[in-house]
Design a protein around this ligand. Structure first.
Ligand code: UD1
Ligand code: CA
Length: 516
């Protein structure tokens, strides 16, 4: 079967209240797989390469319409008036489309997020191939409760659709529509129509039913009565036609979408997913060949991961780009770029604007923000790097802070290549450290450090001998000191070997603060 025909237009119905969601947010704007429900529907529609996508809105119009335009700027927004029902919704959309439109128009729902473009193209092909006036996408369900039922005549052709509520009402009143409750073939709510048939039939639809609404489903019987061919196309994959009505379904659909995303990444991209049950990947994310996603990993938004990388366990990466062969363990990142073969974590927090160069390392309890860390540079332990540019193959000692904020403004720190900075350094921005420079432990870098210089800002250490014995007499501290001093005195008399207890000579020049 050829699935290459594209529909002339796709109408997405998204005007409903969605009251069963019990939410302040309209149903269409709830998210699974990193996209709103209506965005899933819009993208499935738009990717058929149809010339027109029309979306009917009404409930929370002020929030839904701008969102639709953001996701698909070419979408035509159609406002539904106070007349209720799917039929009216479709009619309003038709009114917003060109009056001279001909060919096939598809109708889908904004709350059916797993429906694929392939299914829409297949429906179009079946519809046009058979020369139908209407083709309804149907499924056989064990429990068809709530759905419209596909009513067939003795010749097995589709005669129409009977809504669940109307069948129920008929049962109470002893009407002959009651038998529809036994039908297990359901209306998915997704159709292909000949646009002229749809227009003419909708004009004849009334609100004479259990819900007082203008039903789109009534178009089938009307089109048939007017001599059109009405047929069905049945779908096996019932997830594709499942709508979200409440938050339980939202979670169920979200989990299924995730399963499908992971299957695709494993089968098509060659990713390795250790535990699909605890790995959550948004619909847009890409993952390269042989990259391992370890348990409890979330890849969100526009995240892309190269090949041969390891992500996780316990990672949340949002809008983050990770290069080939990188390793990211127990990290939280957002709007960050991690270069090839770089290592991040465990316990790292990369905030927006963090760029970690190739082979660079961001280590344990390190937070970065709006900073570039050059190739091969290491920030291994307990540090904050904010508003900084660090060159290549440099080392930032443990427990260092880029003091970027003076209480009013943020300032930048620039550090060169092959720099060896001590531990517990404070870089009071704006400040620049030249290539090949270094610093002692505990330095507070307030002035620029020229290339190759060693910066020392800590006063020489001074020891007050006997302080504990004098000021803390009678405490365990004093007792411990006394014992150690007595032992040392004993050693000294035995070996006649004098210890240097004068520590005033300069130890800071060793640059001992570095950590690697
Ligand atoms: C509809 C069908 C039913 C089908 C079911 C499949 C009708 C009359 N019934 O029932 O046969 O089995 O879908 O899920 O069509 N909407 C509007 N404007 C409205 C009403 C609804 O835009 O006035 C939109 C909703 O936002 C939603 C979609 O249409 O996206 C379906 O509406 P919903 O109320 O869920 O239809 P059902 O009663 O479930
Ligand atoms: Ca529904």
């Amino acid at each position: 079967m050829s699935a290459s025909r594209r529909p002339a237009a796709v109408i997405v119905l998204a005007a409903g209240d969605g009251t069963r969601m019990k939410s302040d947010l309209n149903k269409m704007l709830h998210r699974i797989g990193g996209r709103t429900l209506v965005a899933h529907a819009l993208l499935a529609a738009a990717r058929t390469e149809t010339a027109h996508v029309a979306v009917t809105v009404r409930a929370q119009r002020d929030r839904v319409a701008p969102h639709v335009s953001e996701v698909w700027p070419d979408a035509v927004i159609a406002d539904q008036d106070e007349v209720k029902g799917t039929g009216r919704a479709a009619e309003c959309a038709l009114g917003a489309l060109p009056a001279d439109l001909t060919g096939t128009v598809l109708v889908t729902y904004g709350d059916t997020p797993l429906l694929t473009t392939e299914t829409l193209l297949e429906l179009t092909a079946v519809h046009e191939g058979a020369g139908n006036a209407v083709t309804v996408l149907t499924a056989h369900l064990e429990d068809p409760t709530g759905y419209g039922r596909v009513y067939r005549g003795h010749d097995d052709t589709v005669h129409g659709i009977i809504e669940h509520k109307d069948a129920l009402q008929a049962r109470h009143e002893g009407g002959d529509l009651a038998h529809a409750l036994d039908i297990t073939e359901i209306n998915s709510g997704i159709y292909a129509f000949d646009v002229e048939v749809l227009r003419a039939s909708l004009a004849k639809v009334t609100t004479d039913n259990a819900q007082g609404e203008k039903y789109l489903t009534d178009v089938l019987a009307i089109a048939r009565a007017d001599g059109g061919r009405v047929d069905s196309h049945s779908i096996e994959d019932i997830w594709q036609i499942e709508g979200v009505n409440d938050k339980v379904q939202l979670a169920r659909m979200g989990k299924e979408l995730n399963r499908r995303t992971l299957d695709r990444l494993m089968r098509e991209s060659g990713a390795i997913v250790t535990d699909p049950d605890t790995t959550w990947v948004d619909a847009e994310v890409t993952v390269g060949r042989d990259t391992v996603l370890e348990p409890n990993t979330q890849l969100l938004g526009a995240t892309s991961i190269g090949a041969g990388a390891t992500i996780g366990p316990d990672c949340t990466l949002k809008d983050t780009e990770v290069g080939d062969g990188a390793s990211v363990v127990r990290a939280h990142t957002e709007l960050a770029v991690i270069g090839p073969k770089a290592t991040v974590g465990p316990y790292s927090y990369l905030r927006p604007g963090s760029e970690v160069g190739p082979d660079a390392k961001i280590g344990t309890f390190v937070e970065t923000k709006n900073s570039q860390v050059g190739r091969g540079t290491k920030v291994p332990h307990l540090s904050y790097v904010g508003d900084a540019t660090i060159g290549e193959y440099s080392n930032i000692g443990a427990a260092s802070v880029f003091v970027n904020y003076d209480g009013v403004k943020k300032h930048h720190t620039t550090i060169g290549n092959h720099v060896r900075m001590g531990s517990d350094n404070m870089y009071v921005a704006p400040v620049t450290v030249g290539d090949g420079a270094g610093s002692g432990a505990g330095a507070v870098i307030r002035k620029d450090v020229p290339p190759g210089a060693l910066a020392i800002s800590v006063a020489p250490q001074r020891n007050i001998e006997g302080w504990a014995l004098d000021k803390r007499a009678g405490t365990p501290q004093a007792a411990a000191a006394e014992a150690a001093l007595a032992a040392r005195a004993g050693e000294n008399t035995q070996d006649d070997n004098t210890h240097d207890t004068d520590s005033t000579h300069d130890t800071d020049t060793k640059g001992e603060g570095a950590t690697a």
